[in-house]
Design a protein around this ligand. Structure first.
Ligand code: NI
Length: 181
């Protein structure tokens, strides 16, 4: 396994629509290796989610792993390492919830983004089995953020008030009150 380089905003792969994995690829040794690399990369960079396009592999694959507990961004729910292959999102409640988001492909910045607060995700497991999972609140945002990468979208595309795109250090220094209005 290996830590791969995470490409940054401006790299054209981050703006492509990624292709689905084929049945032959699912369960293959190559996919197992790629997932090992993605896990190593996520741990090395210290993130909570990574989509394959972020390591310049334009395929519909993402992983999420959240240790949970108290962090400098508040109390976070936990999610064990979960793999999403060819995922689809269904919005169960379009009412939005807003969070400060960051992205390993947009280092140093944070932006306040509102997204639907309750979703259902259908995807395949590494073994090619269908699974569906519901996510609320912060986890719903994390899922939508990661799966956006498969459609060539970044969180900054969803910021409605550009005064809410800031450097992480300044956000920590001057506070992270949710913007009003
Ligand atoms: Ni991201």
């Amino acid at each position: 396994m290996a830590v791969r380089k995470i490409i940054r905003m401006g790299h054209p792969t981050l703006r492509q629509v990624a292709r689905p994995l084929t049945p032959d690829e699912i369960g293959s040794l190559e996919l197992a290796r790629l997932l090992g690399d993605m896990t190593d990369t996520l741990h090395d960079y210290g993130g909570i989610g990574l989509a394959a396009p972020q390591i310049n592999e334009p395929i519909r694959l993402a992983i999420i792993e959240i240790a949970g507990g108290q962090t400098r961004y508040g109390e976070l729910p936990s999610l064990p390492l979960t793999v999403f292959i060819n995922p689809e999102i269904e919005v169960l409640d379009p009412t939005v919830a807003g969070y400060w988001e960051g992205c390993l492909s947009v280092p140093g910045l944070r932006g306040f983004v509102e997204r639907p607060r309750h979703i259902l995700v259908r995807a395949l497991t590494v073994e090619g089995v269908n699974h569906s999972m519901e996510f609320d609140g912060f986890l719903a945002t994390v899922l939508q953020h990661e799966l956006d990468h498969l459609d060539g979208k970044l969180y900054i595309d969803h910021i409605s008030d550009m005064t809410q795109l800031v450097f992480e250090e300044e956000l920590e220094r001057y506070g992270q009150d949710e913007p009003t209005g």
